[in-house]
Design a protein around this ligand. Structure first.
Ligand code: NAD
Length: 499
């Protein structure tokens, strides 16, 4: 059985806590490896290593730090196939989708090559007589990232690339469900020229996370995962005086106006609803057609498309639209949610519960499901299902449609399909959600913008990637200077003002 350890001090090391977790091949249901779960002592050793290495890295000029990122991009492209295959084997998503996972992280690394520019400060000459004021952004020291299973390449890179480009040392605690790709990324960073100790990957579960939350040398934490854990990490990290940003779960709605191109809207719902088996925080899981006619036509278009979706193992290549769920536990939970929708009275117009694939009977597959006539009081509407399940909630008019995402607990992404610029503009302006699409199904901002949800989808200030990441992983120092004369004139006893 393959044993997966940690990456500390520039190399792979075995776990010493004696605790491990199973890593599955979701397509077959077999345990393919065991990952070490770090205890507090291992986490402490990694933090100390990072702390010792960080000052020299911070003193390395930003252009040189950026060159490591340049080389890293080259290596990611070189190893794209290998990374994607490993990612698919542990996560279950298709290989083309796994390449997208790596690519969306790579694009943030490309953005980080601009670190010398992004880290420039401000300067005011002559702010007072002979006085200049300037501000600089300095790294925080040792910072950490705690990441989810669903994007094991992209989200770790969203975290560590900006943090390291800013001159910090980084502790990554990836998901224990698919730990191999983060370790490969750390190896590539070393090959790209990163000094040992600046990027450490410590695998684990709650024990490792708590060790980060309570470590006095960890200055900042970036988290992505489910909302209850996001809230827990935010609360405990803040109580310990750390800078914390936590991104949580989602329930993303798409409003389809009567004037929308329904073929395009239906295709968009299929890709955004069922891609990666719905295991995306930006998956569209609720469709809101406006008016009975729009709803009837949309559902009629969706049914055959959902029924035609091809489900299978990543090894089937391009023949598969989506793969299994990540674990048997996730499969059981999603099937339970679908049952609850049926019991609550929603119409399950496509039922994927009985899906079985010859040769993969023990895989964690759930067939594509489509619910019609879902209402806002049902659990399948209120809860993030994180599976291949799309719910249609019918709205009588635009205002009712708008009220659904507005009143929902989550506020990650949302979109509207319409040909009417006025409706789209009103929607984008009034909606209380962080990322908005207009005739775009998954409004994931590109690397040079920032990514983050509102309401229960995000806790703390500043978003992920883009300029916000450079603010999150640095702190401002403002220097007011006057020299060489002034002090010799004697002490001043009144409050100095800049006249
Ligand atoms: P999760 O919350 O179970 O795990 C996330 C991380 O927290 C993992 O590293 C895990 O080891 C750790 N963790 C789990 N339980 C913990 C506990 N009790 N105490 C401390 N740490 C704990 O999430 P997941 O299942 O890996 O990922 C799916 C979730 O992530 C979904 O809710 C999805 O919407 C969300 N997500 C959000 C975004 C975003 O940007 N908003 C992006 C991707 C995924």
């Amino acid at each position: 059985m393959e044993q997966i350890g940690h990456f500390i001090g520039g190399k792979r090391v075995a776990g010493t806590s004696g605790r491990t977790a199973d890593v599955f091949n979701p397509a077959t249901g077999e345990v393919q490896a065991q990952v070490a779960l770090a205890g507090a002592a291992e986490m402490r050793a990694a933090v100390e290593d990072a702390k010792a290495a960080q000052p020299a890295w911070a003193a390395t000029n930003p252009q040189r730090r950026a060159r490591v990122m340049m080389k890293f991009v080259e290596l990611l492209n070189r190893d794209m196939d290998k990374l994607a295959e490993t990612l698919s084997r542990e996560h279950g998503k298709t290989v083309p989708d796994a390449k997208g996972d790596v690519q969306r992280g790579l694009e943030v690394v490309e953005f980080c090559i601009g670190a010398p520019h992004l880290l420039k400060g401000e300067f005011s000459e002559g702010a007072g007589p002979g006085i200049d004021i300037y501000s600089v952004r300095q790294p925080l020291g040792v910072v950490a990232g705690i990441t989810p299973f669903n994007f094991p390449a992209m989200i770790p890179m969203w975290k560590f690339a900006p943090a390291i480009a800013c001159g910090n040392a980084f502790i990554l605690k990836p998901s224990e469900r698919d730990p191999s790709v983060p370790l490969m990324l750390a190896e590539l960073m070393i090959e790209a020229g990163l000094p040992a100790g600046i990027l450490n990957v410590v695998n684990g579960d709650k024990g490792a996370v708590d060790a980060i939350l309570d470590d006095p040398d960890v200055q900042a934490i970036g988290f992505v995962g489910s909302t209850p854990i996001a809230h827990y990490i935010y609360s405990r990290g803040c109580a310990n005086g750390k800078r914390v940003q936590c991104f949580g779960g989602a329930k993303n709605h798409m409003i389809i106006m009567p004037d929308a191109d329904l073929d395009k809207a239906a295709d968009a719902l299929i890709g955004a609803g069922y891609g990666a088996a719905g295991e995306r925080c930006m998956a569209v899981s609720v469709a809101i057609p406006v008016g009975k006619e729009t709803a009837d036509r949309l559902v009629a278009k969706l049914i055959p498309k959902v029924e035609a979706l091809k489900i299978g193992p990543y090894t089937a290549g391009d023949d598969v639209d989506f793969g299994p769920l990540v674990t048997g536990e996730a499969q059981k939970r999603v099937l339970g949610m679908i049952d609850s929708g049926v019991e609550a009275g929603a119409d399950l117009v496509v039922d994927g519960r009985g899906f079985k694939l010859q040769g993969y009977e023990n895989g964690f597959f759930v067939g594509a499901c489509l619910f019609d006539n879902v209402t806002r009081d049902m659990d399948i509407y209120k809860t993030e299902i994180f599976g291949p399940v799309l719910s249609v909630v019918r709205a009588k008019d635009y205002e009712e449609a708008l009220s659904l995402p507005m009143e929902h607990e989550y506020g990650n992404g949302v979109s509207i399909y319409t040909r009417d610029g006025d409706a789209a503009r009103d929607f984008a302006s009034r909606i209380n959600i962080g990322m908005v699409g207009v005739n775009v199904p998954i409004p994931v901002p590109l690397a040079y913008y920032t990514f983050g949800g509102w309401k229960a989808s995000g806790f703390g200030d500043l978003n992920q990637h883009g300029p916000d990441a450079f603010r999150f992983y640095t702190r401002t120092k403002t220097i007011t200077s006057r020299w060489p004369s002034g002090i010799k004139d004697g002490a001043e006893f009144i409050m100095p003002v800049m006249r």
